[in-house]
Ligand binder design. Structure first.
Ligand code: DSN
Length: 418
């Protein structure tokens, strides 16, 4: 077999990767769920560990040859347990939704009732939304935020929990910009005998860095992805009380998945080591400070921020407020100008999910590049300039060039130097 490089074997594909590297280097990435993994994390992700099958868990595998894989997985487990103070950890979920599916399998039968935050209010598809398997195979009931202040309505959560007696109570979000009161959710779950599952996918890096309250002391089970604020490889993880370890492990494998992705597990171990450093704590604090600065600067330009601001890494902006815009139109114009974000539904959105009323902005990636409050104010200026004239392609080209110039001064982790 040839030992030629990717460039030699498949120049077409190599060109696409190089183009994506340039895109990630030259644009301001504001997608709240994205980040730049470090070079060390990427190195482990691209390692020969991808060649190995290892169904089972350390010390109990179905195939031989696990001398090093067992040690890799145990390292990731130990580091996650220490970082988050968890009693038990499963590092094998392929990503967030498979992690959540394993939780359903561990505790529910098809048709059971579950309670989670509705998608348009900031929840996640896998918390029982109708188009997800979790909404089709379970009787999903949803709570939301209050119309008047955009905050989660805990009275509604309690009322629905008492009325429906769910087997699982989910808390967690993909587009909610405030702190969740994990303890209050735990108390509601206890009252109705539900299992409390916290999905901290968006904020696990902030939790690790001490910039967001940890759900671990409160929840029976905590799920997360590993590639968002945590800045690891694309993957998932489940933390739980020791009493649930067996059920969770059996649900992940053989319940939902086959062999673990060992290269990802190794890269996760690296990310967890990085996340335990004081520098990562400073990073997490700055992510939140940057999100606040961005929200403030946009508010000052009369943009309507859902719930009025942010306490975490993201904000949702209603771009239809006082402006002839839609979420998709705004996101497309911004992308053309070098500001990459996602269209997002807002609570009680009158528009359709594919072209909703909002955009979601997040600061994990720009903060990984070392950008701080002054750059956030500059980003708000660019957003405003582009959205004032969203079909002006010449303006988009000018802004894109200004952005590429700024980005050159903030090299992104993990990308080759150019
Ligand atoms: N796709 C992720 C996000 O952007 O929030 C959630 O799965």
């Amino acid at each position: 077999m040839s030992e030629a490089s990717l460039q030699q074997v498949d120049p077409e594909l190599a060109r696409l990767i190089a183009a994506e590297e340039t895109r990630q280097a030259q644009k301001i990435r504001l997608i709240a769920s994205e980040n730049y993994a470090s070079r060390a994390v990427l190195e482990a992700t691209g390692s020969v560990l991808a060649n190995k099958y290892s169904e089972g868990y350390p010390g109990r595998r179905y195939y031989e040859g696990q001398q090093y894989i067992d040690a890799v997985e145990q390292l990731a487990i130990d580091r996650a347990q220490a970082l988050f103070g968890a009693e038990a950890v499963n590092v094998q979920p392929y990503s967030g939704t498979p992690a959540n599916l394993a939780v359903y399998l561990a505790f529910c039968n098809a048709g059971d009732t579950i309670l989670g935050m509705g998608l348009p209010h900031g929840g996640h598809l896998s918390h029982g939304w109708s188009v997800s398997i979790t909404g089709r195979y379970f009787n999903a009931v949803h709570y939301g935020v209050r119309r008047e202040d955009g905050l989660v309505d805990l009275d509604q959560v309690r009322e629905l929990a008492r009325q429906h007696r769910p087997r699982l109570l989910w808390a967690g979000f993909s587009s909610y910009s405030r702190v969740l009161d994990w303890g209050a959710f735990a108390a509601i779950a206890r009252e109705v005998d539900a299992i409390f599952v916290a999905d901290m996918a968006h904020v696990s890096g902030l939790v690790a860095g001490g910039a967001y309250p940890s759900p671990v002391p409160h929840a029976d089970v905590v799920t997360t992805t590993t590639h968002k604020t945590l800045r690891g490889p694309r993957g998932g993880m489940i933390l739980c009380r020791a009493a649930h370890r067996k059920a969770i492990n059996a649900a992940v494998f053989p319940g939902v998945q086959g062999g673990p992705h060992n290269h990802t597990t190794a890269a996760l171990a690296v990310a967890l080591k990085e996340a335990a450093t004081p520098a990562f704590g400073q990073y997490a604090q700055q992510v939140v400070a940057n999100a606040r600065a961005l929200a403030e600067a946009l508010r000052a330009k009369d943009y309507s921020i859902i719930s009025g601001g942010t306490d975490n890494h993201l904000l949702v902006v209603d771009v239809t407020h006082n402006r002839p815009l839609s979420g998709k139109g705004a996101a497309r114009a911004l992308d053309a100008a070098g500001l990459v974000c996602s269209a997002n539904t807002i609570p009680f959105d009158p528009r359709k999910p594919f072209d909703p009323s909002g955009i979601r902005l997040g600061t994990p990636a720009v903060t990984s590049r070392g950008m701080r409050e002054p750059e956030m104010r500059q980003i708000a200026d660019w957003i405003d300039r582009v959205l004032k004239d969203p079909t002006n392609e010449e303006l988009q080209r000018v802004v894109a060039a200004e952005i590429a110039a700024l980005c050159a001064g903030f090299p992104a982790p993990g990308l080759p130097e150019r």
